[in-house]
Design a binder for this molecule. Structure first.
Ligand code: SF4
Length: 144
C-alpha cells in the first residue's frame, strides 16, 4: 500500500468489506472522512469528544484493527483532535472501545518506524505461506 499498489478489488473479502461498509451505520455519523493520509470509516460526536469508528466484518484480526485505530487516534492527536476509538462489528452487534494511552502511543510509533524500514527496503523480508496468503488481496502480486 505504501507503494500505491492497489489490492485486487474483486477479491471476495474486499467486496464483502465494501458492501458492509456501505450498508452499516447509515445516519450514525459521518462516513469515510479523509484527513491527510488517513481514512476514517465513521466519525461521531460523543459526550464532549470525537468518536472514531472502524468497521470490521468479524472479531477475527482484531489486533490489527485495534492498531489501525490507535494509529488514527495518534494522527488525530498530532492535529490537536482528542478522540476515542470504537471497533464496530455490525454482524455481531459489537462495539469495542479503544483508547490511546501513552504506552500504546510509543508502541505504535515504534511500529511505524519498523514499517518505514520495510517500505524503504528493496525486497520485503516476508516469507510467503499458502495458509496465511490464500485470502490476501495482494495474492496475485506475490504469487503469480
Ligand atoms: S500474498 Fe502473502 S506475502 Fe503477499 S502480501 Fe499477502 S500475506 Fe503478504
Amino acid at each position: 500500500m505504501a507503494h500505491k499498489m492497489i489490492p485486487e478489488q474483486d477479491n471476495v473479502f474486499i467486496a464483502l468489506g465494501r458492501l458492509l461498509h456501505e450498508t452499516a451505520y447509515e445516519n450514525k455519523g459521518e462516513k469515510d472522512v479523509v484527513i491527510d493520509n488517513i481514512k476514517l470509516d465513521l466519525v461521531q460526536k460523543g459526550k464532549g469528544k470525537t468518536i472514531v469508528g472502524e468497521v470490521k466484518k468479524s472479531k477475527y484480526s482484531l489486533e490489527g484493527a485495534r492498531d489501525q485505530l490507535l494509529f488514527y487516534l495518534m494522527k488525530l492527536k498530532e492535529m490537536g483532535v482528542e478522540a476515542e476509538g470504537l471497533i464496530l462489528i455490525p454482524k455481531e452487534n459489537k462495539r469495542l472501545p479503544v483508547v490511546l494511552e501513552i504506552e500504546e502511543e510509543k508502541r505504535i510509533r515504534n511500529m511505524c518506524d519498523e514499517i518505514q524500514k520495510l517500505v524503504d527496503s528493496p525486497i520485503p523480508p516476508i516469507e510467503r505461506s499458502q495458509n496465511r496468503c490464500k485470502n490476501c488481496a495482494y495474492y496475485t502480486y506475490c504469487w503469480v
